[in-house]
Write a protein that binds this ligand. Structure first.
Ligand code: A3P
Length: 321
């Protein structure tokens, strides 16, 4: 179902005829809508969410580039924000029985997908939501409200490798895997899900500098290297800082342990479970969880080429990968 295109609305089918398209990642084609690339089913979800979603000031929205560690940050966010309601030591904590994507749903690929009308009645405040949308394409109410945006990105080389594995995993039943060279060329051209990658990252980077109370900019590598510091930054940004007592009791370490790759990837729900609305297996979101796996796949030429692109795109921004 994740890959099907035949259930699109007539309006969306008509729109697709007018959009630039390229050979796809997940499905046959990927289309450029509002300056970013997405598959048809996602575009339909994006339009619905842009038209219908009403943000609340208390909302917290996690925005990520695909394969940057969304699953990890969803788990950290959920446990952090709900730590009074669900103490970390609780045996039946929701994170132990549900995949993070079921706890913090995506707007455009979950709540508003396939013409669904989401029911927010079961959400408690603050509502925890997520999206991969570029800043300019966020629903207007998100931009106009005091909704907080937590942004996560990752080194483009590891992001690319993670994405390449993910699509091949999803396409297993097709029996043909995408040649890495072909997908690499697309990625460098900016043609990747929600890409160009650099535009996505740079737009949020600028917003985080202009509006530090609205957008927090996080990097996968920084969380890996300094997890405590980054979790404290996140807590402070969300106005739920750790108290001295919590720090002394080891709550920060406990949250990090609970959300670690090792812990999450070994839970029954994440080894044998499937997402509640998709056929997607939860284990697809846990592969290696390391920095630098690109070195096992990139040739020297690939590395040099992407270095060049990164340098061109990010120069002067103050951002380094
Ligand atoms: P790799 O494919 O490099 O292993 P996303 O959640 O945005 O889809 O990103 C998936 C990537 O995050 C995968 O990277 C996955 O292994 C990694 N990941 C998932 N859970 C993690 C965790 N708890 N800690 C660190 N990395 C994690």
């Amino acid at each position: 179902k994740y890959l099907q295109e035949d259930e699109l609305s007539d309006e969306c089918k008509k729109l697709l005829l007018t959009l630039p398209k390229e050979r796809g990642w997940f499905v046959s084609h990927i289309y450029n809508y509002q300056g970013f690339w997405a598959i048809p089913r996602v575009i339909q979800g994006v339009i619905a969410c842009q038209q219908q979603f009403q943000a609340q000031d208390s909302d917290i929205i996690l925005v990520t580039t695909p394969k940057s560690g969304t699953t990890w940050l969803k788990s950290l966010l959920f446990v952090l924000v709900n730590r009074m309601k669900y103490p970390v030591i609780e045996q039946n904590h929701p994170l132990l029985v549900k995949n993070p994507h079921d706890l913090i749903p995506f707007l455009e690929i979950r709540l508003y997908v396939d013409g669904l009308v989401p029911n927010f009645a079961s959400f408690t405040s603050p509502r925890l939501l997520s999206t991969h949308l570029p800043f300019a394409s966020l629903p207007k109410s998100v931009q106009d409200s005091k909704t907080k945006l937590v942004y996560l990105c990752r080194n483009p080389k590891d992001t690319f490798i993670s994405m390449w594995h993910f699509i091949n995993n999803l396409r297993l039943h097709h029996k043909d895997i995408h040649p890495i060279e072909e997908k690499f060329e697309s990625f460098c051209k900016g043609v990747s899900p929600y890409g160009p990658f650099w535009n996505h990252v740079l737009d949020y980077w600028k917003q985080s500098i202009e509006k530090p109370n609205k957008v927090l900019f996080l990097m996968y590598e920084e969380i890996k290297v300094q997890p405590k510091l980054q979790l404290k930054r996140l807590a402070e940004f969300l106005e739920c800082p750790f108290s001295i007592e919590e720090e002394n009791c080891g709550v920060i370490d406990e949250i990090l342990r609970m959300c670690s790759f090792e812990n999450l990837s070994n839970l029954e729900v994440n080894t044998n479970g499937k997402l509640s609305t998709e056929e997607l297996e939860n284990k697809a979101f846990f592969r290696k969880g390391e920095i630098g796996d690109w070195k096992n796949y990139f040739t020297t030429e690939m590395s040099e080429k992407l270095n060049y692109v990164i340098e061109q795109k990010f120069q002067g921004s103050g951002l380094r990968f």
